[in-house]
Write a protein of this length. Sequence first.
Length: 317
Amino acid sequence: MILLDKLYIINSYCALNNTIWDKLQIKRILRLLVKFCANYILPIPLRFSSAKLSAENNCLPIIISLTSFPARINNLWMTIESLLIQTHKPQAIILWLSRRQFPKEFDNLPSKLIEQTNRGLTIRFVDDDIRSYKKFYYAFKEYKDSLVMTLDDDLLLPSYFLSSMYECKKLHPNNVIASFGFKFSWDSTIDYIHYDVSKIHSGDSGNNLFFGSGGGTLFNTSIADKMDDIETIRELCPTADDIYLNALIRICNHSVTFHLCNPLLEIINSNNIKLVDHNGDITNPNSINAKQLKDLIKYLSSKGYDNPFKTNNRIKL
């Protein structure tokens, strides 16, 4: 969709360093305009979209896996529509929902989301509520030896996103392909990660890259072979799925490659809840995130693994 792609390009330009534009507040004005258009103008053409998944030759061997909760469910259809209009379609789009949050299942869902099930969306209800882990846990277990892309429920992808990420994956088949994150090293003086302020760029690869799993992140599900049971995971990192995933891929000797490192368009949700508001910044050694990271390292050490976040380590298998 032309409008969505153009908004993404403008939003990407606003992320570039431009001293003059910053001083004139031009980028700030553009960001506000993009945010307005993405949330109040773009939904109009999206509602009239009839795009659907198909078994044609342009289908990519990628399973899209995501989850949601009541505070965001009404606007989730926009994220789904941005997946349905991709120039190269995914193999499947699976939304995992907990019956604890949606006890009446489809009766609790907005009609637009239900309508999208006729065009390729698959909705799976599960008994337990493992929070953000629903985004990847069930898909990794069920679709082994596949490519799974995880995505947050409040983001919009440009129409070429999947095909571009897949082309990058073919160049780096053993790497996680991610669109956002940061560089880090291990600071032995404080026994914690050190945040590298240098900006990430598309094409950056290495073991010193911490990725976020919600921005259309592409995984080999073979890593599920070393994934712990969900009870252990929730005890160690109850609200930090990114920390667990970053450790898991290193245990499996996978690295990280960044691609399309531009900010995605975000959907505005009222009464929104973000994990970062609860966990705090992972780069803060006194945050809730930090405790979960340290608990995970201690647990992995008890199983004979080196610290996966020491960037000069290659994990012993």
